[in-house]
Ligand binder design. Structure first.
Ligand SMILES: *Cc1c(COP(=O)(O)O)cnc(C)c1O
Length: 435
């Protein structure tokens, strides 16, 4: 398998190059140079397996020439010790696909853990340690820290803005120890990001350590997110109905991952892209005009993206044809007031406690079912555990929401971080001292 940049399809790079560089120099996005057409029979056969087994079978179909069966088995089973269950809300008609049973309670675990496994595998081959640098405003950092924790051959340095992440988020970044080092920056998220950017441009530093990023546009975070669409398909296969997915979207990696497995033959009837007030993609799906905007803040803040980084990929997967995209994908969006009302209505109707992102997914699915009056099985992706947004969910629903044990235990652990001012030379010196 080789990868090309959407900006220069004629040139391809290896798995390793696409994995470790994340972003091609021409600022395009990496895509697989061919997607095997595995056909519905293949998916019907594998879809009843565990998430790890599905991941193994699909990885084998994609990379089986380059990574041994034994290594792929180990990688996928280590990455996915949890499942992504489909929980019915209305029998055979409406369900949620819970993607939050991993360590950081959000679907981003799936991509981060698979990518960590691949980096570990290739760094063993290269016989040198890889050093991941990542700036976080909270959420991504947790998935990356927990995903890369104790992964051999990989060190991680995470920069976060002091006092601007939630207590639980800070615990996820600062209590793991081992190969995970947190830098607490006396500044903003933008300051953190600027330090990381400067580090990548500093050849004196990159000559000494092999720097890499765990950026969400990395194609190896996206590919494994296809695995749970297959798992969901398998879990509802006995209904024998066309399957429609509704994906609450921000950067559109999650939705693109679904389209990627559809292109490989997974029978998906339709996709719905559900957003908050940041609705440039739903607008495009109506008008054909794509106009990126500044993001606006909402209560579903993990989807506050005004210029989605995976939009190019989504369009590209449909051959850049507006007609092709819109025949398979429709859009919808909800403002904060509708989201709060939706969370309440979902709780009243089904007794189901949802985070604001998940509520937007469920509402998008309900809207589709009402408009199309179709006999389909609608699956909304539940992207985060409600306890990740505990104060908001408790206020809107007047219920108490428990943080799952595996995360609650972090609260009592000791925080360890290196405090730095947002100055590059300070950061560089501190970073070099850690290795
Ligand atoms: C990241 C995130 C999203 C958006 O996913 P994209 O792949 O960026 O579209 C939605 N919900 C939650 C909870 C997230 O953390």
């Amino acid at each position: 398998m080789r990868f090309y940049s959407t900006n220069s399809p004629e040139k391809t790079v290896s798995i390793q190059d696409a994995l470790f560089t994340s972003l091609p120099a021409d600022k395009g996005l990496y895509m697989p140079d061919h997607l095997p057409d595995l056909g519905p029979a293949f998916f019907n056969q594998i879809a009843s397996g565990t998430l790890a087994d599905i991941g193994y079978q699909l990885s084998k179909a994609l990379f089986g020439n380059e990574i041994s069966d034994a290594d792929l088995q180990e990688l996928t089973h280590r990455a996915f010790p949890f499942e992504t269950p489909v929980v019915p809300l209305e029998a055979e008609k409406l369900a949620v696909l819970e993607l939050f049973h991993g360590p950081s309670l959000a679907f981003k675990d799936v991509g981060a853990r698979y990518m960590a496994g691949l980096m570990s595998y290739f760094s063993k081959q290269r016989d040198s340690e890889v050093h991941i640098l990542v700036a976080t405003s909270g959420d991504t950092g947790g998935a990356v820290a927990m995903g890369f924790h104790n992964v051999p051959g990989v060190r991680v340095s995470i920069l976060y803005p002091k006092g601007r992440v939630s207590d639980l988020q800070e615990k996820q970044l600062t209590t793991l120890g081992g190969n995970i080092q947190a830098f607490e920056v006396e500044g903003s998220f933008d300051d953190c990001q600027a330090l990381v950017k400067q580090a990548f441009l500093d050849s004196e530093l990159t000559d000494q350590i092999a720097l890499s990023s765990a950026n969400s546009i990395n194609i190896f975070r996206l590919i494994p997110q296809g695995f749970y669409y297959v798992s969901a398909y398998g879990q509802v296969a006995s209904h024998q109905k066309p399957v429609v997915f509704c994906t609450p979207s921000g950067n559109f990696g999650n939705l693109s991952a679904g389209v990627l497995v559809q292109k490989m033959g997974l029978p998906v009837h339709h996709f719905i892209a559900a957003t908050n007030l940041n609705h440039v993609v739903p607008d495009y799906l109506l008008s054909g005009d794509y106009t990126p905007k500044d993001s606006v803040a909402t209560i579903s803040n993990a989807m506050d993206v005004g210029a989605p980084s995976n939009f190019v990929r989504l369009k590209h997967l449909y051959g850049d044809s507006f007609d092709a995209v819109t025949s398979q994908v429709s859009g919808c969006y909800f403002d904060d007031e509708q989201t709060r009302a939706g969370m309440q209505a979902i709780y009243e109707a089904y007794g189901y406690v949802s985070c604001p992102h998940t509520a937007i997914g469920i509402m998008g699915m309900q809207q589709y079912l009402a408009l199309n009056n179709a006999d389909v099985c609608g699956i909304a992706l539940a992207t985060a555990h409600p306890s990740k947004f505990k104060p908001l969910v408790e206020k809107v629903l007047s219920v108490s929401v428990d943080v799952p044990e595996r995360l609650a235990v972090l609260a009592s652990r000791e925080k360890r971080s290196i405090q730095i001012r947002p100055r590059y030379l300070d950061f560089k010196e501190a970073l070099l001292q850690t290795i």
